[in-house]
Design a protein around this ligand. Structure first.
Ligand code: UD1
Length: 424
């Protein structure tokens, strides 16, 4: 198992290219199964979650060719015959549950393992199942699997309201309904950029979807979808993570390229409040760190609000701000496993219910740290980069799930991070 050895205290200076978004690519990969011909997706990041999903898709009989040197993925759905996503793979990555909508929508039947637990508390899939039932699917649970059937080969359609709004359920319901011959309405649909990209790509494939980018999606089912060539969008969470990295050392000055500032929603404005100098262009963002970071309290919200996937990174930055702040997660109440690790570095923070109370600025001192999940792990890297002395971040396989080339990108702009095999 790999670990990072990080020497803290160096400023970041230079340019970091942003990779394609993992969370935006996964739904498009599932959508490729709905077509009758191959789909080519560009800017797919080389990440563990993408490799896992490639294998989930391959089990169905579809052909998946990942041209890793070009970040190009080709999915040919012609020979899909095995309509199942097994537990062994679904447990590795929850988004494999998108196979439920994709297989049901294309073939009228699916057998997909329930995802099971998650490091950040309960993450139910009840809305996915209730929505599919509302649209006419027969849903049965058997030995940890969901068996879904469309009684006449396709769903009847209807109206379903998501409460709360859910990215995953919106994706699954879209996938399940675009190829039926009926009309389905999803109310309180997610409008995260990942969902908007999926809707636009499905439309290019031949789907008819009204209300893209709004809270009500109306899907008029179509007979056929064709495979197409598409460009995946830049990773907004990677962008936000590096913006935070660039703000945390007073002499840092970095430019993020190949990104899309529009996808950041309100995060951009909130980020300015910490006192950074920010230069935003069409596809670049320059961050010049302030001498002193201002404390800024945030609450996570659905898009365009502050994303839960940047909550841990923000709290980490706040340990270095001059004063008190509060960070509340309203999406996932239990997503604070990184806090005790940061406290071990010297941070003054306390979790009460779904809020972490932070007193800054405290000097951080290097230590050994344990990664628990993807965003928690990157927070430990951010903290280690400003801590005095040397830190070790263990179990970085969590990071490999969602950050392409993290240590190389950061090392090139001045960070001192070495990956070593912990078992040696
Ligand atoms: C996606 C992202 C994840 C991000 C999250 C919120 C992917 C692969 N993952 O996860 O990184 O943190 O959006 O932006 O894109 N809920 C239910 N019942 C359900 C489904 C969800 O109650 O059936 C609740 C969840 O507990 C949560 C909220 O809805 O409180 C939003 O979750 P959701 O948007 O579904 O997250 P994911 O799609 O799993």
């Amino acid at each position: 198992m790999d670990k990072f050895i990080i020497k803290g205290g160096t400023p970041l200076k230079g340019t970091i290219p942003i990779s394609g978004s993992k969370n935006a690519a996964l739904p498009v990969m599932a959508a490729a199964l709905l077509a009758d011909s191959p789909t080519t997706i560009h800017a797919v990041p080389r990440l563990r979650d993408i490799y896992t999903f490639n294998n989930v898709i391959r089990i169905t009989g579809a052909r998946v060719d990942f041209h890793e040197d070009k970040n190009k993925l080709v999915i040919d759905p012609k020979h899909v015959s095995h309509l199942e996503a097994p537990y062994d793979l679904v447990r590795k990555m929850r988004a494999s549950f998108y196979m439920l909508g994709a297989l049901l929508g294309r073939f009228g039947h699916a057998k997909v393992s329930l995802p099971g637990g998650c490091a950040w508390g309960p993450r139910p899939v009840d809305l996915h199942l209730k929505g599919l039932k509302a649209f006419g699917a027969d849903i049965n649970l058997d030995e940890g699997y969901v068996l879904a059937d469309a009684p006449d080969g396709e769903l009847d359609g209807g109206t379903f309201e998501l409460d709360p709004s859910s990215v995953g359920a919106t994706v699954n319901l879209l996938l399940a309904t675009v190829r039926s011959s009926n009309t389905s309405v999803i109310k309180n649909a997610a409008k995260e950029p990942d969902v908007v990209q999926l809707c636009r790509i499905l439309t290019k494939m031949g789907a008819q979807i009204e209300g893209i980018g709004t809270r009500t999606l109306t899907i008029h089912g179509v007979d056929k979808l064709k495979g197409i060539e598409v460009q995946n969008s830049p990773d907004r969470i990677e962008t936000g993570t590096f913006m935070i990295a660039g703000a945390m050392h007073p002499e840092s000055n970095i430019t993020l390229t190949q990104t899309d500032p529009e996808d950041l929603g309100k995060f951009l404005d909130i980020f300015k409040e910490v006192g950074v100098e920010l230069e935003v262009n069409d596809d670049t963002i320059r961050v010049v760190a302030p001498d002193k970071l201002q404390p800024v309290s945030v609450k996570t919200q659905v898009y365009p609000g502050f994303p839960t996937d940047l909550q841990a990174q923000w709290s980490t930055m706040m340990t270095q701000a001059e004063g008190k702040s509060k960070v509340t997660d309203t999406i996932y109440f239990d997503r604070f496993s990184y806090v005790p690790e940061l406290v071990r570095l010297g941070a003054d923070m306390e979790v009460k219910k779904n809020t972490v109370h932070i007193k800054g600025k405290t000097p951080l001192k290097g230590a050994s740290l344990m990664s628990t999940d993807l965003r928690a792990s990157v927070s430990l890297v951010l903290a280690s980069m400003v801590a005095k002395g040397q830190s070790e971040v263990l179990r970085v396989y969590h990071l490999d799930r969602g950050y392409e080339n993290l240590e190389n990108k950061l090392t090139r702009v001045g960070a001192q991070i070495k990956r070593v095999d912990n078992d040696q």
